[in-house]
Write a protein that binds this ligand. Sequence first.
Ligand code: ASP
Length: 291
Amino acid sequence: MTTPLLLVHGGAGDLPADSRAAHAAGCLEAARAGGAVLIAGGSVVEAACTAVEVLENNPIYNAGVGCALTRSGRVSLDTAVMDGHSRHAAGLAALDAFPNPVRIAQAMLEEPEVLLVGQPASEWAERHGFRRVPEDELTTESARVQWHKVVEEGADPNFAGGTVGCVARDAQGHLAAATSTGGTMGKQPGRVGDSPLIGAGTYADSVCALSATGQGEAFMRSVFGARVADAVRYGEAPNQALKRMLERTRDFFGGVGGAILITAEGDPHFYWTTPGMSHAWWTPDATGSGI
Ligand code: ASP
């Protein structure tokens, strides 16, 4: 038996000082919601998806409501879930406006396919009872302002306000990971980031579970999640593996970001190569948050 543990992140980046407290509080609320699932005897997948759903529903994060927009101002969502015990995994990419994409990935876990993209992915979701909403329902004023700055004024996309993710462990040491995002602001229509790709931004097995955030192209090129997980499996200390691969993703593959990681027993791990990453943790006895 091990101590149940759940970590969330609300994106790596350079958050403005006046939104930091809200980002940390939102992460803490999500971590508590996921923790409540574990306490009630729910699965690690359900706990991770519940925490991510809370973050998707919070308009300050770049997932669900509040998501980043494509170059043409459209919603295009990426998400994935992986169950470390069964090794089942599901991702959906370039998905239309669904309020809680992570729940669609959860529903897809038992399917033979691991990744669905674009219009057929949205159709799959509708056939399985998920409701597409008008894009306006997921588009906040703040996302529009940011889109205008990036697409029309050429500002740096700065992915602060980010992608959301969760990793969860139950008392048996079972692990799960989930990630959800609108991607990078002003991205090409059809662009897919690291988040929905198993072994890049999302990964879980019997040894560790992780969710990443940051410049997705670099995380895909570095095959971030798979490399961290294998390093841990073959004996590298988890905090060292996380730091080394985030620095390698920055220095060798050209992109900064952060990640959360847990193992089947032991401590929580967070690391980022950006100025910050909003995050929170939950155990049955303690919770906390940071930026
Ligand atoms: N990794 C995400 C992507 O590239 C963005 C982020 O984490 O903020 O789609």
